[in-house]
Design a protein around this ligand. Sequence first.
Ligand code: PNS
Length: 167
Amino acid sequence: MPKRAIYPGTFDPLTNGHVDIIARGCQLFDEVIVALLVNPGKSPLFTVPERVEILNEVLTPQFPQVRIETFEGLLVDFCRHREVNAIIRGVRSFKDYEYELPMILMNRRLNSEVETVLLVASEENSYVSSSLIKEVFNLGGSIKGLVPNLVIDRMNQYRDRQGASNS
Ligand code: PNS
């Protein structure tokens, strides 16, 4: 049986920290499903189709064992439907661990067969988060080297579109 894992997230936008964790997950698992949460409650920078496109364009050429999917509702239900028993999450700090622990325990309570594997990104990605990327970008700072180049292109396009619609 191939070893499969799900790497869930909102990926708004995809960062080099996410890519780092995916690369590590690919060392451990035969197949990694990158699962994008469709969350109508949040107001994201990129739409779900835009994020799926970015994930596909960046990840598919680099990682043949990665598949991109979207999910709604409970993560453990998605795991059950895909018959996957492992969830990958990345942690950068104790703060991340504190955020992850209740989710891990709740997911375990909801489905005791699902195990969460916490992976640590490399030091150079240890401070990179999607929210910080958006803040720095919006304030005109450089995010080069922190996200895939395609993400920078798409963020520039987004800003140009916003500029055009505001002028
Ligand atoms: O990238 P994020 O925002 O840190 O990812 C959070 C995510 C998608 C892993 C989490 O919000 C999630 O699993 N949502 C699905 C709903 C769910 O299962 N909630 C109960 C988890 S304890």
